[in-house]
Design a protein around this ligand. Structure first.
Ligand code: OOG
Ligand code: MG
Length: 256
């Protein structure tokens, strides 16, 4: 039997030191439920280090992302305030393993939502903002290779995020069609549209609210919800420039 507390300790060390660890599912029975138990332990450890919750993320909500990592089920994790990257800022490779960037739609609600029975209409009525965003994932597993339970335990590879100022709330009926372009060092490397995320990124929020409801938790007003990567994630390294071009706003960072 794998000891869940030991797994949480190992993942915390990998995260804090930026050193990859072998996946756990390879060395014994490790269920998805165990993965979420480990994620919960990791969250409690983060709080006791003085970290704060910023919101939640959904992952593996697009075919591109599922094929990318060969895991075919949506997952959810938590976002810490310290993950937020300054706009037009720099991203440091210090204590990172093999980070990758992906374009996402971020959602903020003006009133709380909790399942069961949350619908798209409920999410629409609760919306405060719909923002262009990017996420940086950095799996704590060797070679970015994992099974479903591993990636859940590793807080779904969460590492960083940036949320734009542009609010697409007034363009909600066209949200699915907003194109996004990812450039690395000035060259286009990925293109996509929010429709890639479950056919509508608001469905990601529906899923999250219903999942949290089962745990007697809820999405709180003002929390940031990342709805999931639209394209394949793009690896980068020191000295490179990443730009994510959205209608009305470009999100970018230099890698140091
Ligand atoms: C898993 C996390 C997936 C997304 O947006 O699909 C994710 C990974 O790719 O490491 O964040
Ligand atoms: Mg993501």
């Amino acid at each position: 039997m794998l000891e869940l507390k030991n797994i949480a300790d190992t993942l915390e060390r990998a995260f804090l030191e930026g050193r990859a660890t072998p996946q756990f599912s390879a060395s014994g029975r490790f269920s998805v439920e165990d993965g979420y138990r480990v994620q919960r332990l990791g969250f409690e450890k983060a709080l006791s280090r003085g970290e704060h919750l910023a919101g939640y993320k959904m992952g593996l909500t697009s075919r591109a992302k599922q094929r990318d990592v060969q895991v075919f089920e949506p997952i959810h994790g938590y976002l810490l305030k310290s993950f937020e990257i300054e706009k037009n800022g720099t991203f440091t490779m210090e204590r990172k393993i093999h980070p990758r960037v992906e374009p996402e739609i971020a959602i903020v609600l003006k009133h709380g939502l909790s399942g069961p029975g949350v619908t798209v209409r409920d999410v629409e009525n609760a919306l405060l903002g719909v923002y262009p965003a990017l996420e940086i994932v950095d799996s704590r597993y060797e070679n970015f290779k994992f099974q479903l339970s591993d990636v859940v335990a590793d807080n779904t590879s969460a590492c960083g995020f940036m949320v734009g100022r542009e609010n697409y709330l007034s363009k909600l009926s066209d949200l699915n069609f907003l194109g996004v372009i990812v450039k690395k060092n000035g060259k286009i490397v990925e293109t996509g549209a929010p429709a890639a995320v479950l056919g509508d990124p608001l469905l990601s929020v529906v899923g999250l609210a219903n999942i949290l409801g089962r745990e007697k938790r809820s999405i709180e007003p003002g929390q940031i919800i990342l709805t999931g990567g639209i394209t394949n994630s793009v690896p980068f390294s020191k000295g490179e420039l990443i730009e994510v071009l959205w209608p009305g706003e470009t999100l970018k960072f230099n890698v140091q």
